[in-house]
Design a binder for this molecule. Sequence first.
Ligand code: BJ8
Length: 437
Amino acid sequence: MSKDYTPLYQELGMDIEKHNELLAALGEIYPEFYLKQENRPKAMEYFDYVMSEIHGKRIEELMEKKKEGKPLVGTFCIFVPEEIIVGADGACYGLCGGAEFSIADAERDLPRNICPLIKSAYGFKVQRTCPYTQASDFIYGETSCEAKKKTWEILNEIHPTHVMHIPQMKREKEKELWKSEIYDFKKHIESIIGRELTFEELKKGIEIINKKREAMQRLDKLRGMYPDVVPISGKDGLLINQISFYDDPERFTQKVNELCDELEERIKNKVSVVPKDTPRIMVIGTPMAPPNWKLHHIVETTGGVIINEEACIGHRYYKDNIDTQWAENVDDLMERMLERYMKIDCACFTPNEGRIDKIIKMYKEREADGIIYYSLSFCHTYNVESKKVIDRLQAENIPILRIESDYSMEDMGQIKTRVEAFLESISFKKNVKFKGF
Ligand code: BJ8
């Protein structure tokens, strides 16, 4: 980091010693997983810089907002309508939840056999080592899964936590429920800023986030839609998806577009980060919060490349925009927002066939070679849904590997062996020699 942020951490009531331990642990992984990659696009320098300052400069920026009375909202789910917060000139960000570092502390209060994402996030609050959590006025949780919704009750005892009721079906009556939830959410944000949001403010919030999603859609196409060239690694693609939940949205949009300009040049000049015939893999399933880079690192150091993440830290987050055309008032905008958010195809919905149709379409459009179904341990919704997804993929003759894992590094060798066999079988099927890296 560019300077000593200890006074800032003290202001946030953090456990400085423990936080130093966390930074030291992260400081070892990043150079190993990221900076050793060869032939990275120049524009990745910005994203490396963001990572180096993720607990520094960005926190300073957020605290400036807070001092101006703008809301800071921490979230764990892409159902929270960030457009409303951005319309109020506040900040909405994802909370740390991808590290093993905080799990032992969480397990003093929570069962061991629940998803690591929840335990990691809860543990960061217990430890007071996540500056984003510490800075937030409140956290918005949701009812997408059993473990989450019960954890929010416990989390609320140590940090203000509100809960949105996410419908689990998509019938008209659930749409009505969701409508009342997003109106309540808007009212809550308005109570923080002390007035109602105007049409112009809400529209501006929507447009800022639309532009961010458009930049990410552009990046997604450049990553995966050119079968003879992969201009950026999957690890870097994942990193950008993760940073989208932390960075200032307008600056992030500009930097992603600059990166995309460079990638277009690379595609024109056939500059690929991997050799010809490298198996092109899509990863589908549960979100990978930073610093969960394990699977991508394994695949990309074993002889494959990841071209897309069908996950909430990935395609599910940016695939749909809110259409503001012809909207004349706040209710019109809220209606469009409702429509957009009901398109999220999280496994918490039943039925959820649309997700499977989409995966097959994405696979064919990208001329991918195989799919890895990734699920965090004890995530029942995605784990159970994998049966239906895999049945359909097998019926389409799509090579598929199912991986269930947590944040520990202990199973890396075992996963690598399985990934290697999977990549080899793909190469064999394509009748090309598997090179491995
Ligand atoms: S919209 S995927 S962000 S709920 S992995 S905590 S589901 S046990 S994260 Fe999610 Fe919203 Fe759905 Fe997306 Fe529970 Fe599963 Fe853990 Fe999960």
